[in-house]
Design a protein around this ligand. Structure first.
Ligand code: ARG
Length: 842
């Protein structure tokens, strides 16, 4: 797949079936037994009694919460304390060792002393326990992790929280030394603590366990039971990872699949050995799309897993290792006229508490500009107080930049990257370049946002700058139309079902009929009110095919869905939409398809898909050669691919089933995992009318030699009925391991890209070769996104109104890959619905 467009969007979709049932309203008359007057009396008595009850309960509640002095809660705070002038001893890793106990005793004493200096804390303090120790920053110090408990009145919890926060180093500034003076044994710094996350104290958590792991030798952590069974319910597990002194812990997730709701099941990673909120690096649940490689700032990292009763998923597996702190020192002097730099450890998440400074110096007469290609700095705050990039004093943060290009009106630039102690993200990559001030974009067009683009892209109808400045103030050529907003767009984009102008003017006045009239697909005009009246007024059925209500029609047409009973209904695309439209329910038959196991909720900039995101995608391997084509899962036995993939080619007998091995549930070509299933083929059925010159009828069926078990990674895609409509402009996804550029190499990780269905007339006019009615075009006419060699046979997936995914096309051919105005051409699956049914029964 060819994907140069980085602005790819991920659409959150509802992939779960949510069935809400209401109780049927009962008919009150049937329940009424007592005659009218007695009933009224009873109602009166009832009302008085209930009013009294409400008053009593209210009174009790007020008393309970406001007046009773003994409604108290046990409040737990988790914290860490730095201890200066102490060497870390290996004995401190074992809580049963007397040296651990000794130091823990001193820490508890110290805490008591600290709390005694604050009247609120002193009053409610109950006791502390030390849970672990680790090395502090820079040799001669130790960090203690502890839990302190307080007994407090319910209404005073907030006051207590505030008092605890006032101990933070930030709050203590200017009051330094306060802990130090009056203490006999310990020289203390950096006390940070916070109330424990209530999800960690739930009574339902029946199993609580900690594991201590040394990461000096690389290894694997995984949730219990992974991958054979789902993780256990109601657990709170924590893994304390320690690296050697002077090293960082590195944790790379290979799989992470949890329940979608972080209130239920989640993992957290802390830059600490205890779950102190201000040290959390991330919280994840569901099936995240973010980068899942994490680094600690010091030599410890904590991983926690909390689960609830319901819905247990496979869990996670992660590799741990250590890397020297000195490795990947970031920042430095950049003296070339052109170059690039990125946040530390990119594309892994940057570590917390890291600062890098780059200085760029260009020849005196030149200015400098920096262009960010990726920019993900986590939580945004208006003053960029958390993680940020500072360029010559201007701070940038968050995940969105106003402009990707920053310029300096001098030959020097200082760029600083800073991460605080929590919430990490992937970071940034940037390119810099020195330029002559009078000519910032030599031979190129300069956008308002300072980007330089090829001159030929100016006024071509495409927003190449990103701020549309290349499409402003254009004189439209003869081959272009003028939008109301002043932009020029190629004429053949008019009325293609997609808003190209951005103000919809290219899609206005597309109907050849008068206002108040409906334009039939056969170009006839009928009065609007005849639409969806149950009668075929167009005489091609198109006025009765896209109605909200599913009326049973007198006559069927090529645009109307026909039920098994033979009835035709007037609703557009009624199959598997979750509503029974046919009387016999046949529109909802065989709908175990097209759902994705995980809901994902983030916009991703990248192009690699996540494991399990396209469970119908199959990789077809030729034995001894490897991946050759893609295919889609239709059932536990049948696949659909392209006929051109299974044609003999000289000595290569691709038409023979025994030459192939198919991989289902595959994500990375280089790495099969516990969910990858290999199968041989029993037979291949290429379409009998496949035309090797025109690629017409480029479809073939493959039967597996034995059934596969359908699961989260192997799941059929829905087949559209012959009348299913995929209108021009509709979004679709292409997926595959094919070449990532024309003439390039195949991808290792399954790639995905969003394209749009393209109007057939437009497509026919763009392609030199013949595009038949059994083909469907999709792509991005701007270029840069397309299927390519090795993607053939794979799916063009379209999400239907109910969230189910339908197979609109099979990757077939194109003119090169991803060229401007050259869409990809696909076999139109609706044309083969009957053929598939006849050959497979699916
Ligand atoms: N025929 C190619 C293959 O065998 C796929 C071509 C798709 N090309 C395109 N530009 N959409 O893999």
């Amino acid at each position: 797949m060819d994907l140069m467009d980085s602005g790819e969007k991920f659409n959150p979709r509802q992939d779960w079936d949510t069935t809400v049932q209401f109780l049927p309203a009962s008919d009150s008359k049937h329940l009424e037994k007592t005659p009218g007057r007695r009933r009224k009396l009873w109602i009166g008595v009832g009302l008085v009694l209930s009013a009294a009850a409400v008053a009593l309960v209210t009174g009790l509640l007020v008393w309970h919460f406001q007046l009773r002095s003994d409604v108290r809660v046990n409040k737990v705070y988790i914290g860490s304390m730095g201890i200066n002038n102490q060497r870390f001893l290996p004995a401190y890793e074992d809580h049963r060792n007397p040296q651990f106990t000794h130091l823990a005793g001193l820490v508890s004493k110290q805490l008591k002393l600290i709390y005694s200096q604050n009247s609120v804390l002193a009053k409610h303090f109950k006791g502390s326990t030390v849970q672990a120790f680790s090395e502090g920053d820079g040799g001669d110090s130790v960090v203690a992790y502890y839990q302190s408990e307080f007994d407090v009145h319910v209404l005073q919890q907030e006051t207590l929280d505030k008092a605890i926060e006032s101990l933070d180093p930030a709050a203590q500034q200017g009051r330094q030394g306060r802990f130090l003076k009056r203490v006999d044994a310990l020289n203390v710094n950096n006390v940070v603590s916070r109330a424990i996350d209530p999800r960690m104290t739930k009574k339902s958590l029946v199993e609580r366990k900690s594991f201590n792991i040394h990461v000096s030798e690389a290894g694997v952590v995984q949730s219990p039971g992974f991958p054979d069974s789902s993780y256990p319910p109601n657990v709170y597990l924590q893994w304390r990872l320690r690296a050697d002194p002077g090293h960082r812990v590195r944790l790379d997730f290979h799989t992470l699949i949890l329940e979608d709701d972080c209130e239920q099941d989640f993992i957290q990673i802390y830059d600490s050995l205890a779950p102190i909120a201000p040290r959390v690096l991330t919280e994840q649940c569901g099936y995240p799309h973010d980068s899942l490689s994490f680094l600690s700032s010091g030599n410890v990292l904590l991983l926690t897993l909390i689960t609830n009763e319901e819905k247990n998923f496979p869990g996670f597996r992660a590799n741990y290792s250590q890397i020297p702190l000195t490795e990947q020192k970031c920042g430095g002097e950049l003296t070339l006229e052109k170059g690039s730099f990125s946040s530390p450890f990119f594309p892994s998440n940057y570590p917390p508490k890291t600062t890098c400074v780059w200085t760029i110096e260009a020849p005196k007469e030149k200015f400098l500009k920096v262009q960010f290609n990726k920019f993900l700095l986590g939580k945004y705050s208006s003053q960029c107080l958390n993680d940020y990039v500072d360029i010559n004093g201007q701070r940038l943060c968050g995940n969105k930049l106003k402009s990707n290009v920053v310029i300096s009106r001098s030959n020097k630039m200082t760029i600083k990257f800073n991460s605080d102690s929590s919430h990490v993200d992937q970071g940034f990559t940037a390119e810099y370049e020195a330029y002559v001030p009078t000519n910032p974009c030599p031979g190129r067009f300069q956008c308002t946002n300072n980007l330089c683009i090829n001159q030929t892209l100016q006024c071509d109808g495409w927003n190449d700058c990103g701020d549309s400045s290349d499409e402003d103030n254009c004189k439209c050529e003869a081959s272009q139309m003028k939008c109301k907003n002043g932009r020029c767009k190629p004429k053949f984009w008019e009325c293609d079902g997609f808003d190209d102008c951005g103000d919809k003017t290219d899609e206005e006045n597309c109907l050849k009929c008068k206002p108040g009239e409906f334009s039939c697909r056969n170009n006839r005009c009928i009065p609007e009110k005849f639409k969806c009246n149950g009668k075929d007024d167009c005489s091609d059925g198109s006025d009765e095919s896209a109605c909200e209500k599913s009326l049973v029609l007198q006559t069927c047409s090529e645009f109307t869905f026909s039920c098994r009973s033979g009835d035709c209904i007037s609703k557009l695309n009624p199959e598997c939409d979750g509503e029974k439209d046919c009387e016999d329910g046949s529109d909802e038959d065989g709908c175990q398809c097209g759902t994705k196991p995980y809901r994902s909720s983030r916009i991703v900039g990248g192009e690699a898909s996540r494991k399990g995101e396209w469970p119908w995608q199959v990789s077809l391997h030729i034995r001894g050669t490897g991946h050759v084509c893609g295919a889609s899962v239709l059932s536990n036995r049948w696949l659909l691919t392209a006929a051109h993939c299974v044609q003999d080619n000289g000595p290569n007998k691709y038409s023979q089933a025994d030459q192939w091995e198919v991989l289902l549930g595959l994500h990375m070509q280089s790495q099969t995992n516990e969910w990858t299933v290999r199968r041989n083929l029993r037979r291949i059925i290429a379409h009998e009318d496949y035309n090797a010159f025109t690629y017409d009828n480029d479809v073939a069926l493959m039967e597996l030699d034995s059934n596969v078990t359908l699961n989260q990674d192997i799941w059929p895609i829905c087949l559209p009925s012959p009348t299913y409509d995929f209108p021009a402009g509709q979004e679709a996804w292409i997926t595959g391991w094919g070449a990532t550029r024309e003439g390039g190499l195949g991808a290792n990780i399954l790639q995905k890209a969003e394209v749009r269905i393209i109007n057939s007339t437009v497509c026919k006019s763009l392609m030199e070769e013949q595009v038949t009615d059994k083909m469907l075009c999709a792509g991005v006419l701007k270029g840069g996104v397309d299927a390519c060699q090795g993607d053939s046979g794979g799916p063009l997936s379209v999400t239907g109104p109910s969230g189910r995914v339908f197979l609109a096309g099979v990757v077939s051919w194109g003119d090169g890959c991803a060229r401007r105005n050259k869409p990809g051409v696909y076999a139109r699956v609706t044309k083969y619905r009957r053929w598939i049914k006849e050959n497979t029964g699916v």
